[in-house]
Ligand binder design. Structure first.
Ligand code: GDP
Length: 470
């Protein structure tokens, strides 16, 4: 790469390095000082490229208000296992007025769009569950606009229902409660509404502002009502994006397809993605060879909130990776190579747990300290949560994102990772999968068996956060 940029032969650089007492191969990475020395040695000028020169800065690239147009809401379905998430996804898909006309064959690409009777479009993410949701969020991909919480009317609130509520709240995404299986004799929707109060989810009928709707995914009852409520919620959110710019999107699924090579489903965030566009996605680059929508149709372009399968990638990216269309292939390769390098660096230098990152500013004055608490018995979990809430000060507010009894699970870890919160285990430990996940996502796990110790440590951290600049 360096030889290329200097228009020199790679072998000559290797030779020069060898003479400098630095035997390397042609595709080995050298450090910055050595590179600078080498460049001077060859009589070239050094042009330092900073991270910000290479990386695509999407955050500060804000679209002008007049370029914004309304876009479809992106919806994720969550809830306890067997409460009907998959059935509801299928039932909602069946309400699409386009599928009937087009005769296209349903393709599972990770998301689908429904055109309502009124002509509005809604995008549904096909992977239900709060773990996938928070994993994406941990990767900086906040693509869900609205969460549908499915609660079976016969079963009521279950552990994963409560997890889903807490994951949704931590993300600050509005929720619509779908009380499912109302066709059953044993259904008790009112009981669901009452139990939701205990978790500070107050539905409209109970004087709150969370919309709820009774449905049966099986008997297809209440689906129009649910769609209406999604559209109402979307209207309140005033969702917009600029469709007339270079496209940006998020990978929601990716795989290596035997016949077609690497394939990624991308949810376009803004701009319009077109066949022939050159892009970088995660540490991969490529050129859009073809695009396929959720109805199996080849399409030429895809605008904001559309999920499309993209062909023409150099490799398989990860879910949550960002895609950006760039001006040319050289630029795409440069950014991709830079990201690959950064990823290797990250893997080799394990970042120490950064306490500052666990605090986030609520406003100019108030800082929030978010935490997830798991314990062995209900009594101690309650005592810890109460005590933690009590040590909030005017400046720092402790916020327990989720608490529960039992071992630390993957759900707990994804939630903590997405909110960069520490995870406290009181007389409990993570299971193997959760432990591996915590290690990968660098979630701070703290174990205690004395409540006093736990509180003292949290207090000390809070005090440290308030101390003058260190
Ligand atoms: P998931 O685990 O949340 O995705 O739940 P599924 O969609 O797989 O549904 C679990 C079970 O509940 C299946 O046997 C469904 O047929 C059944 N089910 C889903 N929705 C309804 C409903 O509205 N009424 C009834 N009676 N059964 C339902």
């Amino acid at each position: 790469e360096l030889a290329n940029r200097m228009a020199e032969k790679g072998a000559d650089l290797v030779k020069a390095l060898f003479k400098m007492g630095n035997p390397v191969t042609v595709n080995q990475t050298i450090d910055q000082d050595t590179a600078e020395l080498l460049v001077t040695e060859f009589g070239h000028n050094i042009l330092r490229v900073s991270d910000s020169d290479v990386e695509i800065d999407t955050a500060s690239d804000v679209d002008a208000p007049e370029t914004l147009q309304a876009r479809a809401p992106v919806v994720t379905i969550m809830g306890h296992v067997d409460h009907g998430k998959t059935s509801l996804l299928d039932a909602l898909r069946g309400t699409d007025v386009v599928s009937g006309e087009s005769g296209g064959i349903t393709q599972h690409i990770g998301a689908y769009q429904v055109k309502t009777k009124g002509g509005e479009i809604i995008t549904f993410l096909d992977t239900p569950g709060h773990e996938a949701f928070s994993e994406m969020r941990a990767r900086g991909a906040n693509i869900t606009d609205i969460v549908i919480l499915v609660v079976a009317a016969d079963d009521g609130l279950m552990p994963q229902t409560i997890e889903a509520i807490n994951h949704t709240k931590a993300a600050g995404v509005p929720m619509i409660v779908a009380i499912n299986k109302v066709d059953k004799d044993s259904a008790n929707p009112q009981r669901v509404r009452e139990r939701l109060l205990e978790h500070e989810v107050v539905v409209e009928g109970m004087g709150g502002d969370v919309q709820d709707v009774e449905v049966s995914a099986l008997k297809k009852i209440g689906l129009d009502d649910l769609i209406e409520k999604i559209l109402l919620q979307a209207e309140l959110l005033e969702l917009t994006a600029n469709p007339d710019r270079a496209a940006e999107g998020t990978v929601i699924e990716a795989k290596l397809d035997k016949g077609r090579g690497p394939v990624a489903t991308v949810l376009v965030g803004r701009g319009t993605l077109r066949v022939g566009d050159t892009f970088v996605v995660g540490a991969e680059s490529g050129k859009v060879r073809a695009m396929v929508n959720d109805k199996g149709q080849n399409i030429k372009e895809a605008g904001p909130s559309s999920p499309v399968e993209v062909l023409g990638l150099s490799g398989v990216p990860g879910a949550g990776d960002q895609m950006s269309v760039v001006e040319n292939e050289a630029r795409a390769r440069e950014v991709a190579a830079y990201r690959a390098e950064q990823a290797t660096k990250k893997r080799t230098t394990a970042a120490p747990t950064n306490f500052e990152s666990m605090f986030s500013a609520l406003s100019d004055k108030i800082i929030e300290y978010a935490v997830v608490v798991k314990g062995d018995v209900q009594g101690s979990v309650e005592a810890i949560v109460t005590a933690l809430n009590r040590i909030s000060t005017d400046e720092i507010k402790v916020r327990v994102l989720h608490s529960g009894v039992g071992a630390i699970t993957e759900s707990d870890v994804t939630l903590a990772a997405a909110s960069r919160a520490p995870l406290i285990g009181f007389n409990v430990r993570p299971n193997a999968k959760a432990r591996a996940l915590a290690e990968r996502d660098k979630v701070s796990l703290r174990y205690y068996d004395v409540i006093y110790d736990l509180l003292e440590e949290v207090k000390a951290e809070m005090a440290g956060q308030l101390a003058p600049e260190r």
